[in-house]
Design a protein. Structure first.
Length: 210
């Protein structure tokens, strides 16, 4: 059995990675058999994919989205339970988007074509959104007030920086710790092409069951 890495985590946990899933399963069973009274071992489970359905009619909600997709799109051969609604949100253009969780097979079916909902045909895309703190502009953590445009210590509405003065807090922090592998940081934290955002999104993809 080949162990690729052994990393200590918080609260007395360790993360062990192997080359193949089968090796991880053998290791899990071995630990449970030999040290089950002292240690708890479990395999890391990948998350189900999440999709966003765009421009959903107002009368389609988290309670009826599954039934509606199944009823109006019989060519997809979906069944009850294939689509689990998570939440909806309204865009700046005042249209409604709805986020659902599905399995890998249902994801493939929905991404192949647009779906009929009410009198509309709606586009379906992967939903991958990194959590960014609105106060400090950092991903998955909190800190002091930081402008997402220039990394200054003020609110975005008070920023007077020009676009060429923009500075990404996340990429700047990365460069401080990786001086030999610097990345482009002259952009706002809101930039969709932000290198830090791309890396984080790729990590999310690796933990999703596609």
């Amino acid at each position: 059995m080949g162990i690729n890495s052994f990393k200590a985590l918080r609260v007395g946990r360790v993360l062990i990675t192997t080359s193949r899933k089968e090796e991880a399963e053998v290791l899990e069973m071995d630990i449970k058999t030999k040290r089950g009274e002292e240690l708890e071992a479990f395999l890391h489970r990948q998350r189900n994919p999440r999709l966003v359905i765009r421009n959903v009619p107002e009368d389609i909600t988290t309670t009826n989205i599954g039934r509606t997709v199944i009823k109006q799109n019989p060519d997809l051969y979906l069944k009850a339970g294939d689509i689990n609604a998570k939440f909806n949100y309204v865009t700046k253009k005042h249209t409604q988007n709805l986020v659902v969780e599905v399995n890998a097979q249902t994801r493939k079916l929905l991404l192949q074509k647009k779906v009929k909902l009410g009198w509309l045909i709606c586009k379906v895309e992967d939903y991958l959104v990194a959590t960014r703190c609105f106060k400090c502009s950092r991903f998955n953590r909190r800190g002091e007030e930081t402008c997402p445009l220039c990394a200054g210590h003020h609110k975005m509405k008070d920023c007077t920086a020009n676009s060429y003065e923009y500075k990404c807090m996340n990429c700047t922090t990365y460069n401080l710790h990786n001086k030999n592998a610097r990345i482009y940081d002259n952009h706002s934290t809101l930039d969709r092409n932000c290198p830090s955002l791309q890396v984080l999104s790729e990590r999310y993809r690796q933990n999703i069951d596609y």
